[in-house]
Design a binder for this molecule. Structure first.
Ligand SMILES: Nc1ncnc2c1ncn2[C@@H]1O[C@H](COP(=O)(O)OP(=O)(O)OP(=O)(O)O)[C@@H](O)[C@H]1O
Length: 230
C-alpha cells in the first residue's frame, strides 16, 4: 500500500504538491493524469524516495519512503539515466548488481520480446529502442511498486504498442501497485483500474474507470476533457 498523509512539497517558493492525502492499493493499476507542471513527477519521485516532503508523510508498504525504498520500487523516469558507453547487456548487468529483485531470465526474455540486441551500444540505440530498454529494466524487477513516468513520451505508435504489450505480459496484476503518470492516455486506457486527476499540486478527482464508464458513460479521455476544462 502507498499512503500520502498531508504531503506538502515545496521547491523554494514553488509548490510541487499542496497538502495531498490518498492511499493506493496493491493489485491495481493507477493513472496519474494531469497537465504539464501539475505535480505528477513530484508524486512519483516522493514514492521512489528520490525527494522528500516539506511536510507530511509518504509511506510505502508501511515504511517511510526514503532512499532505501528503492529496493521495493521500480521507477522508469522520463529522463535517460543510461551510461552512453555501455552496451545493452552491460546496463542489464548493472541493474542486476543494483537490485536484488532483478530477474536475469526475465530480462533476457524481455530483450527478445522488445527485439533489442544485447550487444548494441546504448548510444547507437534509437529513441524508441531506448524507451523499450527502460521498460525492460523496470519490468525485469519483481518490485512491489512500479512507477512509469511518461512511458510513451516522444515514441511512435509501434513502440507504444510494444510497450503496452510488454506491460500486459509482465505486470504482476495481483501483487504490484502500478502507477502510470502521463498526459497521453490513448494507449493505456484499457490498462487502468483507477484514475487520479492532478492539477496545481492537488488531486482534484479520483475515480474507478469502470464507474466512469458505467455510471457516467465516459471514457477516460472524455472525463479528462471535462475535468480540466472547468
Ligand atoms: N526541481 C525543481 N525545482 C523547482 N521547481 C520544481 C522542481 N521540480 C518541479 N518543480 C515545480 O513543481 C511543479 C510540479 O512539477 P512536476 O514536475 O511534478 O509536474 P509534472 O506534472 O510531472 O509535469 P510534466 O508533465 O511537465 O512532466 C511545477 O510547478 C514545477 O515547476
Amino acid at each position: 500500500m502507498i499512503e500520502f498523509q498531508n504531503v506538502l512539497k515545496k521547491y523554494g517558493r514553488e509548490v510541487g504538491l499542496d497538502d495531498v492525502s490518498f492511499t493506493l492499493e496493491t493489485g491495481k493499476i493507477y493513472g496519474l493524469l494531469g497537465p504539464n507542471g501539475s505535480g505528477k513527477s513530484t508524486t512519483l519521485k516522493l514514492i521512489a524516495g528520490l525527494t522528500h516532503p516539506t511536510s507530511g508523510k509518504v509511506m510505502v508498504n508501511g515504511r517511510t519512503a526514503d532512499r532505501k525504498i528503492a529496493a521495493d520500487v521500480a521507477y522508469l523516469t522520463e529522463l535517460d539515466m543510461f551510461y552512453q558507453t555501455f552496451k545493452v547487456k552491460d546496463m542489464i548487468s548493472f541493474y542486476a548488481s543494483q537490485f536484488q529483485d532483478f530477474r536475469m531470465d526475465r530480462a533476457k526474455e524481455l530483450l527478445q520480446f522488445m527485439k533489442l540486441d544485447p550487444d548494441k551500444k546504448i548510444k547507437q540505440l534509437s529513441k524508441g529502442n531506448r524507451g523499450r530498454l527502460k521498460l525492460v529494466l523496470a519490468l525485469a524487477r519483481e518490485a512491489s511498486v512500479l512507477l512509469l513516468d511518461e512511458p510513451f513520451s516522444g515514441l511512435d505508435p509501434m513502440v507504444r504498442d510494444s510497450i503496452v504489450k510488454g506491460l500486459l505480459t509482465y505486470i504482476d496484476f495481483e501483487n504490484q501497485i502500478v502507477i502510470i503518470a502521463t498526459h497521453e492516455i490513448d494507449e493505456i486506457e484499457p490498462l487502468l483500474d483507477e484514475v487520479l486527476a492532478i492539477q496545481n499540486g492537488r488531486i482534484i478527482e479520483r475515480h474507478q474507470v469502470e464507474d466512469l464508464r458505467e455510471t457516467r458513460g465516459l471514457s477516460i479521455i472524455e472525463w479528462l476533457k471535462q475535468t480540466f476544462k472547468e
